[in-house]
Write a protein that binds this ligand. Sequence first.
Ligand SMILES: Nc1ncnc2c1ncn2[C@@H]1O[C@H](COP(=O)(O)OP(=O)(O)OP(=O)(O)O)[C@@H](O)[C@H]1O
Ligand SMILES: [Mg+2]
Length: 509
Amino acid sequence: MTEMGEVVLELTDVVKTFPGVRALDGVQLEVRAGEVHCLLGQNGAGKSTLIKVLSGAHRPDEGRIQWLGEDFAPANPQAAMKAGIATIYQELDLVDDLSVAENAFLGHEPRRFGFIRRGHMARRTREILGGLGHGEIPPRRLVRSLPAAGKQVVSMARALSHDARLIIMDEPSAVLAHDEVGNLFRIIRELTGKGIAVIYISHRLEEIREIGDRVTVLKDGRTTAANLPARTTPTRDLVSRMTGRTIEYVFPEPSTKDRGEQLLRVEGLTRANEFADVSLTVHSGEIVGIAGLVGSGRSELLETIFGARQAESGTVRMGGRALRPGSVRAAVRAGLGMAPEERKSQALLLGEPIYRNITLATFTGYARGGFTNAGREVAEANRIADTLDLRPRDVRRPVRTLSGGNQQKVVVGRWLLGGTKLLLLDEPTRGVDVGARAELYQVIHDLAARGVGVLLVSSEVPEVLGLADRVLVMREGRVVREAPAGELDEDTVLDLVMAGSLQAEEVTL
Ligand SMILES: Nc1ncnc2c1ncn2[C@@H]1O[C@H](COP(=O)(O)OP(=O)(O)OP(=O)(O)O)[C@@H](O)[C@H]1O
Ligand SMILES: [Mg+2]
């Protein structure tokens, strides 16, 4: 085994081009055994491309990669895995119709006499999941039926099912709730304690401070700073290396206007095992935030309001009129829009150009915003690409070729076309870099100023408190507190969302 602190991976002048884009333009990177090496950079800087080169998903055009002292050019992800490099991708690459155990051991199923040893595989999977603090996930369950955070855990189990010496994590925390991130960090510390190296990508500087040892910063496909100390490098320095400028991470001023007429009224909405007896209202021009852990029923609630799931009881009204339950079509006709949590599977037509994805009025894909003139369609999409600082700006590219954060901008951006009265936003800033995040906050405020009502779900409590006028806190499928954002602080909200801690004094509305 390698010595702690010994250099295991070294990249020199690595270049990777795609048609029209130099995604990596001379990258340097050095990773040591037992460290958490963080990669930082704006959306589109080249982070995911870099790790895909390391994991054998892309071949570099130029440059040198040395792994454990030898030249390294994995032909495919299996080869990289065999060499001891495991990757958890930003867009999860699980097979929905296979079980948890089958996904964990995909490509290297334990066999005897040519037959897959299913019992053994299930046992090993259960052990690994237990070690990850998720012994409750059944190894034989289909991955399709797991929530996003559960899929993330399976992805992690897959990485751990190999004897990896480097584990690469591309924004693993983006789908995790507050307590889950703590769990992830515990696992990372166990791994590095054994001398395993970790490359960690995140847009959240607090996380990098907490878990990171060293930081390498990428900008426009180049290393602009290498091996900075993760805890002590001033934020100002990190941000200016990323962007070439310094960005204030601020929320827009809360508006002082009176709220308009009531738009959305939800009463007694219930779905077994997801959420129960939820009542809420959203007025025109009002931003209502829902705070709660992943698994507290928040996303399911939004989807039910939008008609993508059918409630067992309760009603959803828009402008006083009850919506037909379980009908997205009815919801859209009544003026609802939704940016869902899982952008890849629910929100985007990956092979279609960016402008098509922007003008697509709903994620179910049956309406196209009524554009008949392709020129106008592109012009409108360009306007939105400008507002959101989409990179690259060319809206005729397939959306699949955008970086994760830029795909997220497309999912939210389509609702800026107009016509929507009430917008449901599920984790709108997931994977969006610090600069673009401030722009997105401004966009949400501008919508509200135009009279659009917004119902927003986020795992990041400061985001909910900073953006919303009014906040609902959910725990285990129930609303346990409702208050104007100004009356809550982060600690209070976290206490409320953490099961148990304040159970005795639960507030029922
Ligand atoms: N398959 C592809 N075809 C064409 N261009 C691509 C492809 N994959 C990535 N790119 C481009 O390469 C650049 C780097 O993208 P990458 O996904 O590596 O960014 P990132 O740093 O991971 O960003 P984010 O923080 O948003 O995830 C972007 O301009 C992106 O549009
Ligand atoms: Mg990425």
